[in-house]
Write a protein that binds this ligand. Structure first.
Ligand code: GLN
Length: 389
């Protein structure tokens, strides 16, 4: 078969989870919680099933869930999306992103992505015959060569724009680095796309995981950007149910209209009882409003443990990921490339991580690996003990 994706194999997350299972390693690789959700959530799904919500929902998703999302976005970001015509429930963030690309990008269209980039974006662009144009986050280092953070490459983004640029894909809070957009960044993006027809695909699945008192900079906050943006979010991340695969895409009516044309022939719609359960749960804002505090505590716990190792900690202002530089460990293995290092760490130390180099189309080696801290304290404690050894 002539393949659309000649370079694609199994995702790094699947590979590392399988390796972790095989070696009984603690899995801080693939991003998912090892703790349960609030029982009220599955109870609400159960009630929905008992109440007979078991047939096809409307193509765009059940009304109460779309209404709840609309209310949440309006409250948090000050933008009203019409639940009828501007919000669509998707089978997780990844399907939302794929469908955004499938409805907006055609053969020859260019899509700017910022590396390190989440693994699904470029294959999705390739599948529809578009052309991914990668630019790279700027890695800031201090005088000793220690990574102090990442910076959005505004100049490289501007220079990458051509008459064929159809879309720019952005992601804050950012997987894998944990970097978050700051106030002022939305305006910088707006300046770049002003007077063009460039669309924005804004992956905001970690929107409720922004720490240290910072605010999430959703494109929904910026009217000019919101007018040309698809905003993607995920209930799996927010409610500790990554296996449910339910998320949503919010976009102005004209964009949503095109999105739904593809969505209805891709998945048609998303399972009914989960949507009713989520709708009921979403009525109470407490869970997501408390999420930064909940995860900040886990992040700080992991950081405190890692601070007693020779790993160098990078900032983690958002997401449930903590990146570290392993090149200063002073052991022969710190000479390995990050994919081999993660393999070694999993099989010999018993802790799985994800190499950040896997998020580049042409492997860029910065000696950084990613740990997920969406774990019980006892899991983090055991991982820390192994890493300290
Ligand atoms: N988003 C998850 C991560 O970054 C992975 C999901 C998947 O395995 N595709 O770890």
């Amino acid at each position: 078969l002539p393949t659309r994706l000649p370079k694609v194999g199994t995702t790094i997350f699947t590979v590392m989870s399988a390796l972790a299972n095989e070696h009984q390693a603690i899995n801080l690789g693939q991003g998912f919680p090892d703790f349960g959700c609030d029982p009220a959530l599955p109870n609400a799904v159960h009630e929905a099933m008992q109440a007979g919500h078991n047939q096809y929902p409307p193509m765009a998703g059940v009304a109460p869930l779309r209404e709840g999302i609309s209310k949440k976005i309006a409250t948090l970001y000050g933008k009203h999306y019409d639940p009828q015509s501007e919000i669509t429930i998707t089978a997780g963030g990844t399907q939302g992103i794929f469908t955004v690309i499938a409805c907006a990008v055609g053969p020859g269209d260019e899509v700017i992505v910022i590396e390190p980039v989440y693994d699904s974006y470029i294959p999705a662009i390739d599948t529809v015959g578009g052309k991914a144009v990668p630019v790279q986050l700027i890695v800031n280092r201090d005088a000793q060569g220690k990574i102090t953070g990442y910076e959005i490459p505004w100049q490289a983004i501007s220079e990458a724009i051509t008459p064929s640029t159809k879309m720019i894909m952005i992601n804050s809070p950012h997987n894998p680095t944990g970097m978050v957009w700051e106030s002022g960044d939305l305006e910088k993006l707006a300046e770049i796309v002003r007077n063009t027809n460039i669309l924005i695909c804004s992956d905001e699945v970690y929107e409720h995981m922004v720490y240290d008192g910072q605010m999430h900079q959703s494109v929904a906050r910026h009217p000019e950007l919101a007018n040309r943006s698809f905003v993607i979010s995920s209930f799996g991340k927010t409610y500790h149910v990554t296996g449910w695969k339910v998320g949503y895409v919010a976009a102005p009516a004209a964009l949503t209209h095109e999105f739904r044309k593809v969505h209805q022939f891709n998945v048609f719609t998303v399972n009914t009882p989960m949507q009713y359960g989520l709708a009921k749960y979403l009525e109470n804002a407490d869970h997501y409003l408390n999420l930064p505090q909940f995860y900040e505590q886990k992040r700080n716990y992991l950081r405190a443990g890692l601070a007693k190792t020779k790993f160098q900690l990078l900032p983690s202002p958002g997401t449930y990921f903590q990146c570290v530089d392993y090149t200063q460990l002073g052991i022969p293995e710190s000479e390995l490339n990050s994919a081999d290092f993660c393999q070694w760490l999993t099989t010999e130390v018993g802790v799985a991580a994800i190499p950040v180099s896997a998020f580049y189309s042409n492997p860029v080696e910065s000696g950084v690996i990613r740990f997920c801290f969406a774990k019980k304290e006892e899991t983090l404690a055991e991982a820390i003990a192994r890493l300290q050894r």
